[in-house]
Design a protein around this ligand. Structure first.
Ligand code: FES
Length: 212
């Protein structure tokens, strides 16, 4: 097949789990899979914001000769004739490992426990330092507040394992309009409890912002 035929009609032809699929230019492997109703689990992905690949749950295996590798499907676009596998042994092993880490990172999240159980993961070998933690620190809430709502009421403080979700300068932020977008996109349910911390004292709200 010529390279012209491979991208016939301005689409990219490749396969997912042996099924021929077509991607439009600019689509990622995940977007193509969703378009063709092929399930790939995700946590930090949302179509309304730019993907940044923090959870690594969406990994797939690409069988591209000897260069096959496990990659996050939400970040990577397909190329013509790529073979993608969403449930290979390598993929399932990586997801199980990721879920073990997530169980240690946010052990109080029912959503993470449920997802982990689907992969047969019910305990973790990693150290649990905050047993009540539900936040995955995936950044979806920060991204939706910034990119969609445009008010930047949320941010991350510190770096690495000390990274925490907080309001800028750790004070109640009246930039928050209480739209609930952050809560609705949160994949672990963590933000429901934190919403009042973000919005501050609700008794001072007038309906048009804060009373002064
Ligand atoms: S959904 Fe792709 S890395 Fe989280």
């Amino acid at each position: 097949m010529s390279s012209r035929e491979k991208t016939q009609n301005n689409v990219i032809n490749f396969t997912i789990d042996g099924q021929p699929v077509q991607a439009k230019p600019g689509w990622t492997i995940l977007e193509t899979a969703r378009h063709h109703r092929i399930h790939i689990p995700t946590l930090c992905y949302h179509p309304a914001v730019m993907p940044w690949g923090s959870c690594r749950l969406c990994v797939v295996e690409t069988g591209y000769g000897k260069r096959g590798q496990v990659i996050p499907s939400c970040l990577n676009p397909p190329v013509a004739e790529l073979e993608v596998f969403t449930q290979s042994e390598r993929v399932v092993n990586v997801r199980r490992w990721v879920l073990e880490m997530l169980l240690a990172e946010c052990p109080a999240s029912r959503e993470i426990k449920k997802l982990a159980a689907e992969y047969g993961v019910t305990s973790t070998r990693f150290a649990v330092t905050h047993p009540d933690e539900e936040c995955l620190r995936c950044g979806l809430c920060v991204a939706v507040c910034n990119e969609v709502v445009g008010v930047q009421a949320l941010t991350f403080g510190s770096r690495g394992v000390k990274k925490v979700l907080e309001t800028p300068y750790r004070v109640p932020n009246n930039a928050c309009i209480g739209c609930g977008c952050c809560v609705s996109v949160c994949p672990t349910g963590a933000l429901q409890k934190r919403l009042d911390t973000v919005r501050g004292d609700l008794s001072r709200r007038t309906g048009h912002g804060y009373a002064h």
